[in-house]
Design a protein around this ligand. Structure first.
Ligand SMILES: [Zn+2]
Length: 403
């Protein structure tokens, strides 16, 4: 006899269910089809006659990691902690050619598997070349590949654009549900000509998502305000003519925004030294803006984090990124939330989980399938252990994929 649909579904009963699109449900049940589609979310009392699988702790949708560099995974445990961004970049440049292609591939595969097991469903992954693409193509994770370009000098722009276009063409071949866009690296590493190229693509291709490293250290603003500080010295030290750069008398974010039109969907990453006026400027200027935070990477590099209260008060929609294993101890979204909550304990778990799921899904345009337990989505189910009596995560909480 054919099984009835409710015999084919699985029902997970947790102390606290975090649907994200609505309030948490104490003693909630998530019912999923065999392919992971959400069939129902209800209270336990409505399932007394059903076979349910008990989960101690919480259940939430799969996480969206909006900022990673999977291709740098081979730098795990290679770079000293808390030396500041400039020394960090120097270390990356010094060791990036020290590993074989096999070592790099093995590290990327481990990073991919770690993210999946930690409950991550989708990744906004920065790529400078194609070395991670075979692993992405075979992965259960869904990727938006940000093909990152930077030029530092107008003499490099043409070559940068050609390389970017060719990596982008390969990223499109990932196919499936994967997506891609070409994106500028950071305000201090791109010329106006390169922004113009990105902006013209926006007009041609209907607003691809741009993801820009933003205000990760205080010297970035110094460059744009007065052309002083380390970011005015480094290009010269690296052999690039830098006379072309003229200070704007503005913070880096409003200065850079002058080169990008309103229609771009922006994902600003790090925002460690972003002020309320920068957020207001971005919201005035762009149609759609998200703010990714990578707390553990900021702590690893600078022992600092953004002031989340300030960003939230300014109306920022926050998302979570892990950044790369060059600057993190793991690729785990829950570890990012725990780091944030350790410094901002008044932030509620349900709100942090929204940053980690639905906000990120919207930032990568994956919200049709991912980011919440809305019926019909297939977001994955993640178990969060060791909640306290109020359903808040604790320092001992661990995330593991259930579905
Ligand atoms: Zn990054």
């Amino acid at each position: 006899m054919a099984r009835k649909y409710w015999e084919m579904t699985k029902k997970y009963w947790a102390d606290m269910v975090f649907p994200i699109h609505e309030n948490p449900i104490k003693d909630g049940v998530v019912e999923v089809a065999e392919d992971g589609t959400i069939i129902a979310i209800r209270e336990r009392a409505e399932y007394v006659d059903h076979e349910v699988i008990k989960i101690e702790g919480g259940l939430c949708p799969g996480f969206v990691n909006t900022h990673c560099h999977m291709e740098l995974s081979f730098m795990f445990q290679q770079i000293p902690e808390q030396t500041g961004l400039v020394d960090f970049v120097k270390h990356v440049v010094a060791i990036r050619d020290n590993f074989t292609a096999e070592e790099e591939q093995a590290a990327i595969q481990r990073a991919n598997d770690e993210m999946w097991n930690n409950g991550i469903a989708a990744v906004g992954d920065i790529s400078n070349d194609n070395r991670s693409f075979a692993i992405k193509k075979a992965s259960p994770l869904r990727f938006h590949t940000f093909v990152e370009v930077f030029d530092l000098s107008p003499t490099n722009t043409e070559n940068t654009i050609n390389v970017g276009k060719s990596v982008f063409a390969e990223a499109l071949k990932l196919g499936g549900q994967h997506t891609a866009s070409i994106t500028p690296h950071a305000p201090y590493s791109c010329t106006p000509e390169l922004y113009r190229f990105c902006d013209e693509r926006t007009a041609e291709e209907g607003s691809p998502i741009l993801s820009i490293h933003n205000q990760e250290n205080p010297e970035e603003n110094d460059l744009f305000l007065t052309k002083t500080g380390i970011w005015s010295e480094l290009p010269v030290a690296w052999g690039f003519p830098f006379d072309w750069f003229k200070p704007y008398g503005l913070n880096s974010l409003p200065a850079m925004c002058q080169h990008l039109s309103h229609d771009n969907q922006m994902l600003f990453v790090h925002n460690t030294f972003t002020e309320a006026q920068d957020v207001a400027w971005a919201h005035d200027h762009f149609s759609n803006v998200y703010w990714a935070t990578c707390a553990n990477a900021n702590i690893f590099i600078e022992n600092n984090t953004p002031n989340y209260d300030k960003l939230l008060n300014a109306g920022a929609i926050l998302t979570i990124g892990t950044d790369s294993l060059a600057s993190n101890w793991q690729l785990c979204v829950l570890s990012e939330l725990k780091a944030i909550k350790a410094r901002f304990p008044h932030l509620k778990t349900a709100d942090l989980l929204q940053w980690a799921t639905l906000n990120g899904a919207k930032a990568l345009r994956f919200e049709e399938d991912l980011g919440s337990f809305e019926l019909g989505k297939r977001p994955g189910l993640v178990h969060i252990s060791n909640l306290d009596g109020n359903g808040e995560m604790t320092a001992n909480s661990v995330a593991k994929r259930v579905v």
